[in-house]
Design a protein around this ligand. Structure first.
Ligand SMILES: NC(=O)C1=CN([C@@H]2O[C@H](COP(=O)(O)OP(=O)(O)OC[C@H]3O[C@@H](n4cnc5c(N)ncnc54)[C@H](OP(=O)(O)O)[C@@H]3O)[C@@H](O)[C@H]2O)C=CC1
Ligand SMILES: O=C1CO[C@H](CO)[C@@H](O)[C@@H]1O
Length: 324
C-alpha cells in the first residue's frame, strides 16, 4: 500500500476507509471486511459514534491473524465541545480506550471551532445540532493554542503518535506553525474538483503537512449544502456525471469514481472513501493502478468553482460560517 511520510516520521497509507455514516450495528463487520480487502487506514471521529465498534473489527482481524496492530493506521478526531485542555486530554484517552488500542496513530482537531462543553453522554447526533434536551449549541472562546498544547502532551504521553488538524485555513495553519512544538503532521479538508483549494494545498505541502481529502466524489446530495453555497450549486452536475470525468474514465477504461480518487492521490493527497458495496470497496483501494496525464489532471482541476458543501456552522444557536 502506497503511503505518505508524515512529519512525525510515521507513514500514513494514501487510501483509507472513512467511518462517517457507517451504522454502529454494522461497523465491526464493515471494518473487518475492509481489512480483509486490504484497507489499513481507518478514519474515525468521536462524532461518528462508532469508534468502539471499529476497534472491535480491528481486534477481530488481529485475533484472526489477518494483520498486526502495527499494520493498521487509525485516525480519529477531537470533537468541538472538548477544546479546553482538560477536556481534550480526557477525550483522547477515552477515545483511545474505546478503540481498544494502546495508541491512536493520528489525532486531529476536527474543526477550528470551540463549542460550549456538553457532557459526552448528553450529546445527540449529528453533534452540531444540540444536546439531548434539544438545546442549540453555542460557540465558546478557547484559543486553538490551548487545544494544540493538549494534543502535544498526548504525544508526549504516548496516547497518540501524530497530531494534526481538520478544516483549517491557510491563515490558521500559519498561526499554528508559529508555536507548534510537535509537527503538524496532517491536515484533513474537503477536496474534490469543485473545491480544488490550490493555495491551501500548496501551502500545506510546502510546510510538510500531509493532506487527506474528504468527500472526494463531491457533493452527494445538494440538500446537504450550507445556505451560503446553495446558489453556487445550481445546475452543477454530480461529479460522477460530469462529461470531463466521464470522458477521462472512458479513456482509461475505468470508472468516474476511480478518476476522482486518482486525481487526488496524484496531487499527493490521501483519500478516505467509504463504500458499502464490495466491488467499489475493492476498486477504491486499487486507485493507483490508473495513471492520469498532466493535461487530464489540469482539465479536472479546471472544474473548480469554490463549491463547498461541508460548512455546518449554520446549525449553531448563533450561526457562523466556518469558511468565510
Ligand atoms: N474532517 C471532516 O470534517 C470530515 C471528514 N470526513 C471523512 O471522509 C470520509 C469520506 O467522506 P464522505 O463525504 O463520507 O464521502 P465518501 O468519499 O465516503 O463518498 C460518499 C459515497 O460515495 C459512494 N462511493 C464510494 N466509492 C464509490 C465509487 N468508487 N464510485 C461511486 N460511488 C462510490 C459511497 O456509497 P456506497 O456505499 O453505496 O458505495 C459513499 O457513501 C468520511 O467517512 C469521514 O471519515 C467526511 C466529511 C467531513
Ligand atoms: O466529519 C464529519 C462530516 O461532516 C459532518 C458535518 O459537518 C460533521 O458533523 C462530521 O463530524
Amino acid at each position: 500500500m502506497a503511503s505518505i511520510k508524515l512529519a512525525s516520521g510515521y507513514d500514513m497509507p494514501i487510501v483509507g476507509f472513512g467511518l462517517w455514516k457507517v451504522d454502529q450495528n454494522t461497523t465491526a463487520d464493515t471494518v473487518y471486511h475492509a481489512i480483509k480487502t486490504g484497507y489499513r487506514l481507518f478514519d474515525g471521529a468521536y462524532d461518528y459514534q462508532n469508534e468502539k465498534e471499529a476497534g472491535e473489527g480491528i481486534k477481530k482481524a488481529i485475533a484472526d491473524g489477518l494483520v498486526k496492530r502495527g499494520d493498521i493506521f487509525v485516525t480519529t478526531k477531537l470533537w468541538n465541545n472538548y477544546h479546553k485542555k482538560e477536556h481534550a486530554k480526557a477525550m483522547a484517552y477515552a477515545q483511545r480506550d474505546a478503540w481498544g488500542l494502546d495508541y491512536i496513530d493520528l489525532y486531529l482537531i476536527h474543526f477550528p471551532v470551540a463549542l460550549k462543553y456538553i457532557e459526552p453522554e448528553k450529546l445527540r447526533y449529528p453533534a452540531w445540532w444540540g444536546d439531548a434536551e434539544h438545546k442549540m449549541i453555542e460557540t465558546d472562546k478557547v484559543p486553538i493554542m490551548e487545544t494544540w498544547r493538549a494534543l502535544e502532551e498526548l504525544v508526549d504521553e504516548g496516547v497518540v503518535r501524530s497530531i494534526g488538524v481538520s478544516n483549517f485555513s491557510t491563515q490558521l495553519l500559519y498561526d499554528l506553525l508559529s508555536y507548534a512544538r510537535r509537527p503538524v503532521s496532517s491536515l484533513q479538508i474537503e477536496h474534490h474538483p469543485y473545491l480544488v483549494q490550490d493555495t491551501l494545498v500548496t501551502m500545506a505541502q510546502e510546510e510538510g503537512i500531509a493532506i487527506t481529502g474528504y468527500s472526494t466524489f463531491g457533493p452527494q446530495s445538494f440538500m446537504e449544502l450550507p445556505p451560503s453555497f446553495r446558489a453556487r450549486a445550481e445546475n452543477v452536475p454530480m461529479l460522477f456525471d460530469h462529461p470531463v470525468i466521464q470522458k477521462i474514465a472512458k479513456a482509461h477504461r475505468t470508472s468516474p469514481g476511480q478518476v476522482l480518487l486518482r486525481w487526488a492521490t496524484q496531487r499527493g493527497i490521501a483519500v478516505i472513501p467509504k463504500s458499502n458495496n464490495k466491488a467499489r470497496l475493492q476498486q477504491n483501494l486499487e486507485v493507483n493502478n490508473v495513471s492520469l496525464e498532466k493535461a487530464e489532471l489540469e482539465e479536472i482541476s479546471a472544474l473548480d468553482r469554490g463549491l463547498r458543501f461541508n460548512d455546518p456552522g449554520f446549525y449553531l444557536k448563533k450561526p457562523i460560517r466556518i469558511f468565510d
